[in-house]
Design a protein around this ligand. Structure first.
Ligand code: GDP
Length: 452
């Protein structure tokens, strides 16, 4: 079972429980069995599923729950918290500090997405003002240096490597020394993911780690591997001090089991996830928003973060103000569509809004989505200021719809489709009403509020 289905199954089990007239032990038991089945199908280890069941039953003690307590809410919260606990080892990972040199070493099997992720990680930090640099210490795979060089050049990140030198330790040390002298503050070492023998791979990793003394070792794993991740992650951890996990290919056939197993095996948090092959398809991983999103509750903190990241600074205050008022006009929709088209990659802001992504721009259909957005914008170009600034969809009576259709050369049906889409987004938007607008960097507080 892939991750999206897992989320859907758990959400359905919770919904069924909510629909029951009386919540008793049997209803809870059925709900937990349904969730456990879904987790097992997503390749989560049996031991972890069993523990989750026991923990929830311990928290939701029917004897202790006085009548009148909102049992549904308590159970839902217990399940939500338990899913979060499975992904949270309880200790944060080392976080590089801007301006202070940090060495970060990437390890993981070949094909896991390690080299791609090294560049994404560097690019992400570069955008936030770091001075990253990449070192290719994979001398085993022919072409590894070329790949890193190509990625680094595209992202304008300095890199170091050699076609001649076969000793990865030597390259790693030279690379780190070079970039320290150049005052780079984030030195990223890509290591080999394959060897003639597994023992040789681990020995090499150990040597690179001892010679460069990384502040953080990141284990990169492919999200589609399921519970085999446990043994793999554990083997890496026994050889180098893994301190964080990055899970790649979350856009593909991601299974929940792999990510959960890697956290359990390394006792380290997932810090980022890879969501595509492109450089910017990389997201900070936060347990609570992730579980919210998985269960279809939306990721409001991610949404706000994206607004700060991609909406032009001068548009932000007004947009945030409108968000807190819950007012959504067609003009806002127009401006956001414009941002989406300008950015070239779709869905950055709106994709974080629950309910938007799957229907409006399913992955793999970016071209169609883009064409649809352009069509909508043409119709909006034929609207009056009153229509664009109104937040009342009832304004769109028959004669207005016909006028917009005539003016934009589109059919009445298409205009109605656009108005329906506007209504749907306005409904999602209205959920933000009354929200305290956080400043940059206050996002985790927001996510706590939303999930409390
Ligand atoms: P390495 O052998 O571990 O260094 O793996 P690479 O970085 O060469 O990646 C292997 C393949 O996975 C490449 O085709 C990458 O483009 C692809 N890849 C890496 N990360 C992601 C991701 O998050 N999503 C998708 N769809 N593909 C990815």
């Amino acid at each position: 079972m892939v991750l999206a289905q897992l989320g859907g199954s758990i959400a359905r089990a919770l919904q069924q429980m909510s629909n029951a007239t009386i919540i008793d032990e049997k209803v809870l038991s059925d709900c937990l069995n349904e969730i456990s089945r879904a987790l097992l199908q997503a390749d989560v280890q049996f031991k972890m599923v069993r523990e989750m069941q026991l923990n929830i039953k311990r928290i939701v003690s029917f004897d202790e729950l006085a009548a009148g307590h909102n049992k549904r809410r308590i159970i839902q919260k217990a399940i939500f918290d338990e899913l979060c606990n499975m992904l949270d080892p309880g200790k944060p990972s080392y976080t590089p500090k801007k301006g202070k040199t940090s060495v970060v070493m990437f390890v993981g099997l070949q094909g896991s997405g390690k080299t791609t992720t090294c560049t994404k990680y560097a690019y992400y930090h570069q955008k936030k003002g770091w001075k990253p640099a990449l070192v290719c210490a994979d001398t085993f795979r022919a072409g590894a240096f070329d790949q890193l060089k190509q990625n680094a050049t595209k992202a304008k990140i300095p890199f170091y490597g050699s076609y001649m030198e076969s000793d990865p330790v030597k390259i790693a040390v030279e690379g780190v020394d070079t970039f320290k002298k150049e005052n780079c503050d984030l030195l990223i070492i890509d290591t080999s993911g394959r060897h003639k023998q597994e023992a040789a791979l681990f020995e090499e990793m150990r040597q690179v780690s001892e010679a460069t003394k990384p502040d953080l070792v990141i284990f990169v794993m492919d999200s589609s591997i399921g519970q085999a991740a446990f043994d793999q992650a554990q083997a890496f951890r026994q050889n180098v001090p893994v301190g964080a996990v990055i899970v790649t290919k979350m856009d593909g056939h991601a299974k929940g089991g792999g990510a959960l197993s890697a956290v359990a095996a390394t006792k380290s948090p997932i810090t980022f996830i890879g969501t595509g092959e492109h450089m910017d398809e990389f997201e900070v991983f936060d347990v609570k928003p992730f579980v919210s999103r998985l269960l279809g509750m939306g990721d409001w903190s991610g949404f706000m973060e994206k607004i700060h990241e991609v909406v032009p600074t001068d548009q932000q205050p007004e947009l945030l103000q409108k968000l807190s008022e819950g007012t959504f006009t067609l003009r806002i929709m127009y401006e956001q569509f414009q941002n989406i088209l300008n950015m070239g990659s779709l869905g950055q802001v709106f994709s974080m809004m629950p309910g938007f992504n799957a229907e409006f721009m399913p992955k793999g259909h970016e071209k169609e989505s883009q064409a649809r957005i352009k069509r909508f914008m043409t119709m909006m170009d034929s609207m009056t200021n009153e229509e664009l600034d109104s937040s009342n969809p009832k304004l769109f009576n028959e004669s207005r719809i016909m006028r917009i259709a005539r003016g934009s050369g589109r059919s009445v049906g298409e205009v109605m489709e656009m108005v329906e889409e506007y209504k749907r987004l306005a409904k999602l938007w209205s959920k933000m009403k009354g929200l305290k607008i956080p400043k940059k960097g206050e996002m985790s507080a927001l996510s706590r509020n939303m999930n409390a």
